[in-house]
Write a protein that binds this ligand. Structure first.
Ligand code: GDP
Length: 196
């Protein structure tokens, strides 16, 4: 599992999607939430995905081919509260068009920073994923920055926004630096794409 992982391409318009049809896992969430670091940690490659230190920089949709079994697709992140209306509209259009035109999506992983409440765009993204009937997982990222005693409070807080999520089933803490949650996600991907 995760033996041959290649960055395949970045696209800016839907016309440039790869020809090859594979099942897809989409990674979505705010800029800087830790998606690139997740890819590197999951695939045990330090520089596969470029971790960005500038929020909002990554505008492209990035395809990673995993063992020719599935695509991990890093969708553009959205910004913080101060994001301009124009930027929000651009993000919303690109991501919703991508989702509506991607019949091969098997799983959506929504990253939320474990130290912060979901933003209004996190809530919009969640609604979009629900409307699209996609199976979702929430990863609470950068969990190494939380104290153990804060974990339960964080789960309770997330459940006030998204009551259908259950820790250990479709809600996980994740840390790329400590590999928290890696085993659980690998196991889900294993049963989706390798055991069939
Ligand atoms: P992306 O924009 O969602 O792809 O986020 P990146 O993976 O580029 O991460 C943004 C910043 O957060 C970088 O400075 C990373 O080093 C840091 N970061 C990412 N994941 C973690 C994590 O699990 N723990 C900690 N402490 N920092 C992280």
């Amino acid at each position: 599992m995760f033996e041959k992982v290649n960055f395949e391409r970045s696209i800016f318009t839907l016309n440039d999607k790869p020809q090859q049809s594979l099942p897809e896992v989409i990674l979505c969430g705010r800029s800087n939430v830790g998606k690139s670091s997740f890819i590197n940690s999951l695939c045990r490659q330090k520089h596969l995905a470029k971790a960005s230190s500038t929020p909002g920089k990554t505008r492209s949709i990035n395809y990673y081919n995993v063992d020719d079994k599935f695509y991990l697709i890093d969708l553009p992140g959205y910004g913080y509260a101060k994001t301009s209306l124009e930027e929000r509209a651009h993000w919303g259009k690109l991501v919703s068009e991508f989702i509506f035109n991607s019949p091969n999506i098997k799983l959506a992983i929504h990253f939320i920073d474990s130290r912060h409440k979901p933003t209004d765009l996190d809530i919009k993204l969640h609604e979009l994923l629900v409307t699209s009937n996609l199976t979702q997982i929430i990863l609470l990222s950068k969990a190494d920055k939380l104290k153990q005693s804060e974990y339960k409070k964080e789960v309770d807080s997330i459940k006030t926004f998204f009551p259908e999520f259950i820790k250990g089933e479709n809600l996980f803490f994740h840390s790329s630096t400590k590999a928290t949650g890696r085993k659980e996600i690998a196991s889900i991907l294993n049963s989706l794409f390798y055991l069939k």
